[in-house]
Design a protein around this ligand. Sequence first.
Ligand SMILES: [Cu+2]
Length: 477
Amino acid sequence: MLVIIGAIDLMVSFAPSYQQFPRACANQDALLSKECCPPWEGDGSACGASSGRGWCQDVEVTQEPDGPQYPFSGLDDREKWPLVFYNRTCQCAGNFMGINCGDCKFGYFGANCNERRESLRRNVFHLSRAERVRLVSYLNLAKHTVSSDYVIPTGTLQEMRNGSTPLFADVSVYDIFVWMHYYVSRSALLGGPGNVWTDVDFGHWAPGFLPWHRVYLLHWEHEIRKLTGDTSFSIPYWDWRDARGCDVCTDELMGARHPQDPNILSPGSVFSSWRVLCSRPEEYNSRGVLCDARPEGPLRRNPGNHNRNVVERLPPSEDVEFALSLTDYDTGATDRTANMSFRNTLEGFGDPRTGTGNSSHRSLHAAVHVFMNGTMSSVQGSANDPIFLLHHAFVDCIYEEWLRRHRPPPLRYFMVPFLPLHRNRDFFISSKDVGYDYSLLLDASKCDNNNSGLKGLSKSKCRLADSLLSVEPMNYY
Ligand SMILES: [Cu+2]
């Protein structure tokens, strides 16, 4: 299975939001009134209105039509997100953010959200030993802590009888994110067993691919910081260019291979005991149901033993360079067929030598998913594997480099399934404006011998600068 996928055009409505289903709105009252405006603990008023943090307002979504991949309307809960569930949400003022305006916008901190701090996402191999241990333990803590803020729906709104019988389940902080990735990419249920539309995806195969995953990582970082109290935490990236194999697949990092079974993880890795969820799209489709978040067995991964007719090897630097040289963010039908499209080439459906869409091979982003040959290789379940985060942080780093070089005009749409809402155009800006940078993209002057390679993301880069940074306390700089 190597569908790494596509989406209804982000020509689908994606709006300003957060994570989906806030516990405070997963009840009959909120669903029937279609209002999700929880009180802010600071003053007890909805959206912190008495303190001027925000107001409960009607949601206005764009009226642009969905992309050509989704020829229906009125059938899927994700259409015109989030209107099927809620038509009033908190719209926060100034630097406030969150489902009740209780949080700060990305990049801002403090009680009044007026301290701006920038964090640095670093190469995972430049982390100190202690930082690696911390990374793995934070991931594991997130996997084993039930989310207090969010729940997941286990049925459609119709199955909930329009809200009068809510169907939601508790999952862990980590699994909220697994579920979100499943939910954005799942097939549309058209009613009854086997009656599904598979050629739809609200987060891939379309212009929203990069902003969607950017917000996703930002939320993930935000939740880990909240859970651990470690505001200095940033997601490291895996620079897979020219790697000969899965070099993050060690027990110290993402888990080595099991000595007896090449398809699962070594017992020396904490990830070997993780159980996946939402990983069986064919089964849900044949039953015509949503994933119900039950555990579905261990993480599977067999890197390098993938189908070589689809992917030869991990992506070479030249492919990244080629993608970065493309001046148009997206082109044509803005799907997998797009030619000379930066988004389509980086996503992995455009040929990284010619820029032609609908390539018979997978490259760049998609190639890494296919290469992992297991849980990572199927779009809907891929976020179960923590390599997903390191991989997407690097994809986002390439996106950032492209934005800085080409400065494109913005996109609009509220992204499924974030609540509070996020418009994709808000993440079509430099990462510095949302509070982070990549060590790979730091000024050449900060790197040794001016040999930084930041021009064109060359592989030689800022090792010295990075290791110096790692000795300092990792606070937002
Ligand atoms: Cu994805």
